[in-house]
Design a protein around this ligand. Structure first.
Ligand SMILES: *[C@@H]1O[C@H](CO)[C@@H](O)[C@H](O)[C@H]1NC(C)=O
Ligand SMILES: *[C@@H]1O[C@H](CO)[C@@H](O)[C@H](O)[C@H]1NC(C)=O
Ligand SMILES: *[C@@H]1O[C@H](CO)[C@@H](O)[C@H](O)[C@H]1NC(C)=O
Ligand SMILES: *[C@@H]1O[C@H](CO)[C@@H](O)[C@H](O)[C@H]1NC(C)=O
Ligand SMILES: *[C@@H]1O[C@H](CO)[C@@H](O)[C@H](O)[C@H]1NC(C)=O
Ligand SMILES: *[C@@H]1O[C@H](CO)[C@@H](O)[C@H](O)[C@H]1NC(C)=O
Length: 939
């Protein structure tokens, strides 16, 4: 059957049409014919080589001729065998050659691949250089444009003489002193730094005979002011002069003998004041401190009211309305605490929000002493006084009834002291006496959600020591003060402290509505009050030091003089001056074949730009929220942002908008930082301990990382690096800093060579890719107040004990910590870690050699009341080769459980917050057209 091939039929169709047998025959024919032909030619070649004469004809004949002799046949067979072996040999050669060619081919294609990679790499480098050049041009253009340099006076401006003599002013003028009438601003230039001079209380006593200043106060005051950076020993340069007046204690031995005498003599000796060497006739810029400590009522009254104090500023806790000069005199809290140091142990754990008693009070109203004292009052005033007493009586009556009404709320009211407290000395002009002892009151306060505090029965007072002391006690134990008559008094430092966030001020006339009001306050607000109270107490009231610092800071703030800059730690290199570390250029490739941003010269974050505006625009937050009013910081995590149009209208300097403002992905994105903040860079902070090679490898991997300012390595080991170490040359400075001792707290040292706001804290063995780092950096720029990083962890409630936390590092859909082994955080928090965090926490870190990262998470969450931000999918970074010691691992975990619970105790609550949020790059996993680019290729 003939095979017909249709012109349009394809080869495969044809194949199918052909019968299988025919294919077999054809294949066989080809198979038989091919060797024969090959054989023929090969043997011919062989013959010509070996000079053997055999007829080619005979071979051809093999297939068809049968007239050959036996010998011929044998010869033929031998010949065939020979040919076979030579063919085999030939084939082997060919095979060998083939292998060679294959290998060559492989190596060529490998070369091509490498060249391609190299090309891509060079292309990336070229792109990066192009970006770098462009960015450098923009920076240069900016520098040229900027014709107003940043302003700063080269020197402090200080007075150089003590205050000259001026005639004293009459009392009717000094009674109305204001800063603009009685204060000499010429001694306090804005750049003076606010020098404060202290008269040594032993050298310059100002009390009358029979009165004395508490010895503890004298020594403590000298000591704690010694820590205040504003203190000066030079009276000629001082802006203000501090005089310690009290606490005025009557010398009890004298009382019996000289009673008559004392009744006439005021505590303060006006003549002694005038004899002070820098009084200058009228006491300009003098600050008289009457600090109550032991005696909360009797004699710490207004010691100044009967004395001519000239133009001096008065600071005390008891003031008559009549004598208090607002915005000039200062109401302070009594100094009931220790000289200084950690006070967290004094504070009560903040939870549960509702305690045993809804409201408590322990105190006793004494006789109408104020009436006796003020009996000269006539007419209208007397009427008022009478009304006031009626109100007080009504108020008491109502409260007594309240305690006996049937309600689920518990009250603890003690209006008569048991055991009787009839120390009449303790009543004085202040008509409420304290019941019980400090510790018995503390027990009750710890059980009280709210505590009643009565404003003095007499409306003559704007503040009394007793009320201030009661507020102090309440805040220390986490009881929210409810001040009945709160509208008639002022609490300490009220020009800066927002007391309405701490205490409930309630007019006495509304006492009937008190129970209702307290019942409506939800748990959240109770805790806000309590938390705020603790903040205010710890920062401004707790110790003699905090009181003194507050007084100095408030007076300084009135003059808008910036605080002293926060101290940094001098970064000492591990290398001596003469030693030049050996450098080596890393051979490995820069990791990503992706151009991630410009390589720029180091650019420090601008700092101290808000010296004179910070206190004005953010003063309230600094005093009442996240700030530290005692120190000036180069930058703060919550420094304000400009609106997005400002970058194009007048304030463009320093901004690098994406696509010059037109936006874009891929290339444009890589070229500029964009975002809401001006251009900046970050510093890598590496803590290392005796793992030299691991460290060097980690540093080497940083070569070519855009926006990297510098690398700071903290060398925790006492053993200095071997001089033979070859340090990788990565294009940015690497500072290796000697640590004073091996401590994990060193991870957060506020070193003076950290020049950027953004700090990337990493373990020496952490392995992060460049794109991950830069992505983290970009995310941090939008969450500058938080920890932004990679390894997420969480604190889990222990369901077995049901009263503590467990540390957990399992994968989870909720987290509350980001470990600082690989995280960005603001430089400001390094200061807070060392200066603000209680020492007990750093001690615990040293004890366990663990937990510094948990402590930092507590700190930042406490300040921001926000959880950290986790970026990208990475959870862990441990080097692959590193062996894990399981039992070591277990202790490590046990310690971390303990740390969380201990830190919770110190903070008074657990500041960590949960988050289910993770930051991934915007176009990550987005399907985009092939001609469009993502933000990052891989993440
Ligand atoms: C702001 O304060 C810092 C630290 O004291 C100082 O270095 C800087 O010069 C000040 N800036 C101005 C403008 O005074
Ligand atoms: C202050 O008192 C003096 C006399 O002591 C008197 O001459 C003067 O007018 C008074 N000034 C004012 C403002 O009351
Ligand atoms: C206080 O004095 C007022 C008027 O002088 C009187 O009505 C009241 O009963 C007195 N209160 C006490 C507790 O003695
Ligand atoms: C500096 O350090 C190097 C290496 O650690 C050492 O060899 C050299 O003696 C040191 N020089 C001085 C002046 O201490
Ligand atoms: C973590 O997960 C593993 C396996 O799911 C579990 O056995 C272990 O108990 C978990 N660890 C913690 C601390 O929850
Ligand atoms: C693991 O750590 C424990 C405790 O530090 C130690 O006793 C033990 O020898 C270590 N085991 C190994 C294999 O390193």
């Amino acid at each position: 059957m003939p095979i017909t091939v249709e012109p349009n039929q394809s080869f495969f169709q044809w194949l199918i049409n052909v019968k299988l047998s025919r294919i077999v025959i054809m294949v066989l024919a080809v198979l038989i014919l091919t060797p024969l032909i090959t054989h023929f030619y090969l043997s011919k070649v062989e013959r010509s080589n070996n000079y053997i004469t055999h007829s080619a004809h005979s071979h051809i004949d093999l297939s068809g001729d049968f007239d050959v002799t036996e010998i011929d046949l044998r010869v033929g067979v031998e010949e065939l065998i020979r040919i076979r072996s030579s063919v085999l040999k030939e084939l082997r050669n060919i095979e060998k050659k083939r292998q060679q060619f294959k290998q060559e081919l492989q190596s060529y294609s490998k070369n091509i691949e490498e060249l391609k990679l190299e090309l891509a790499h060079q292309q990336t480098n070229l792109n990066r250089l192009k970006i770098s050049v462009e960015q450098a041009q923009v920076a240069m253009h900016e520098a040229l444009q900027q014709n107003t340099p940043d302003l700063a006076l080269p020197e402090r401006l200080l007075p150089d003489t003590v205050p000259p003599y001026l005639p004293p002013i009459p009392r009717n003028r000094s009674r109305n002193c204001k800063m603009f009438t009685c204060f000499d601003h010429s001694r306090c230039s804005l750049t003076s730094g606010f020098p404060v001079f202290l008269y040594d209380p032993d050298q310059y006593p100002v009390m009358n005979d029979g009165w004395d200043v508490d010895g503890f106060l004298k020594t403590t005051l000298k000591q704690v002011l010694g820590y205040n950076p504003h203190l000066t020993q030079n009276p000629a340069e001082a802006c203000i002069y501090l005089v310690l007046v009290g606490e005025a204690l009557k010398d009890m031995d004298d009382v019996s003998e000289n009673v008559g005498n004392h009744k006439k003599l005021p505590a303060l000796d006006a003549e002694a004041l005038k004899r002070l060497p820098y009084w200058g006739g009228d006491g300009r810029n003098h600050v008289l401190l009457n600090l109550a400590r032991r005696d909360l009522s009797a004699h710490s009254g207004d010691v100044f009211s009967q004395v001519d104090t000239g133009r001096a500023i008065l600071v005390q806790s008891t003031f008559y309305h009549e004598y208090f000069r607002p915005d000039f005199d200062l109401i302070t809290s009594p100094v009931l605490g220790p000289p200084g140091g950690d006070v967290w142990q004094e504070c009560t754990y903040m939870l549960p929000s509702r305690r045993k008693y809804l409201l408590s009070f322990q105190g006793e109203m004494k006789a109408n002493k104020s009436n006796i004292l003020r009996k000269h009052l006539v007419g209208h005033d007397q009427e008022l006084e009478k009304e006031n007493h009626e109100l007080n009586a009504f108020m008491l009556q109502h409260l007594k009834e309240l305690a006996n009404t049937f309600t689920s709320d518990k009250f603890l009211f003690e209006f008569e002291c048991i055991p009787a407290n009839d120390d009449s000395m303790k009543t004085g002009p202040q008509d409420w006496a304290l019941c019980g002892t400090d510790s018995s009151r503390r027990t009750v306060l710890k059980d009280s959600t709210f505590v009643l505090i009565f404003a003095p029965t007499s409306t003559d007072y704007i503040s009394t020591t007793l009320v201030q002391a009661r507020v102090y006690e309440a805040l220390r134990s986490g009881a929210v003060p409810v001040i009945l008559g709160g509208d008639q008094i002022k609490l300490a430092y009220d020009e800066v402290i927002q007391w309405k966030r701490v205490a409930i001020f309630f007019p006495k006339a509304r006492v009937t509505e008190l129970h209702f009001l307290l019942r409506t306050i939800p748990d959240e607000d109770i805790l806000l009050f309590r938390r705020q109270g603790r903040l205010i107490w710890e920062r401004y009231l707790a110790s003699v030091q905090s009181t003194l610092d507050s007084i100095v800071a408030i007076l300084r703030l009135r003059l808008n003089i910036p605080a002293m800059p926060a101290e940094t730690v001098a970064a000492l290199s591990v290398f001596n001056k003469t030693f030049q570390p050996l450098l080596v250029t890393p051979t490995g490739e820069v990791e990503q074949e992706e151009s991630l941003g410009p390589l720029e010269p180091p650019y420090d974050s601008p700092s101290f730009r808000r010296n004179y505006s910070l206190g004005l625009t953010h003063g309230d937050q600094i005093w009442n929220d996240w700030g530290d009013p005692f120190r000036l910081y180069a930058t703060l995590p919550l420094d304000p942002l400009l609106p997005s149009d400002a970058k194009f209208i007048g304030s463009e300097r320093g901004f690098r908008p994406i696509g010059n403002g037109a936006g874009g992905a891929g290339k444009e994105f890589a070229e500029a930082l964009g975002g809401n903040s001006p251009r900046e860079q970050f510093t890598i902070l590496l803590l290392t301990y005796e793992r030299e090679q691991v460290l060097l490898d980690s540093i080497a991997r940083l070569r070519g990382l855009p926006y990297l300012h510098s690398v700071v390595v903290i060398w925790n080991s006492p053993k200095l690096p071997s001089p033979e170490l070859r340090w990788p040359e990565i294009g940015v400075p690497v500072h290796v800093i000697k640590a004073a001792r091996n401590s994990l707290n060193n991870r957060f040292l506020p070193l003076d060579n950290l020049k950027t706001e953004a700090i990337l804290s990493v373990d020496d063995d952490a392995h992060l890719r460049h794109d991950e780092i830069l992505f983290g950096f970009r995310v941090w720029r939008e969450h500058r107040d938080r920890i932004v990083g990679f390894p997420g962890r969480f604190h889990a409630w222990d369901l077995n004990t049901k009263n503590s936390w467990l540390y957990n590092s399992n994968y989870s859909c909720e987290l509350s910590m980001v470990l600082t082994g690989a995280a960005f955080l603001h430089r400001h928090y390094l200061h807070l870690y060392w200066k603000w965090l209680p020492q007990a926490i750093r001690d615990k870190v040293d004890e366990y050699m663990n937990c510094e990262d948990i402590a930092m998470n507590f700190l930042v969450s406490h300040i921001t009341q926000k959880p950290p931000v986790k970026v990208t999918s990475r959870w862990t970074f441990r080097c692959q080769g590193c062996s894990q010691n399981l039992s070591e691992d277990d202790t490590h975990f046990q310690e971390r459980h303990k740390c969380i619970n201990f830190f919770t105790q110190v903070f008074g609550y657990t500041p960590l917050l949960n988050t289910q949020y993770r930051a991934d790059s915007i176009l990550f996993k987005t399907r985009i057209p092939h001609d469009k680019q993502k933000c990052f290729k891989f993440i």
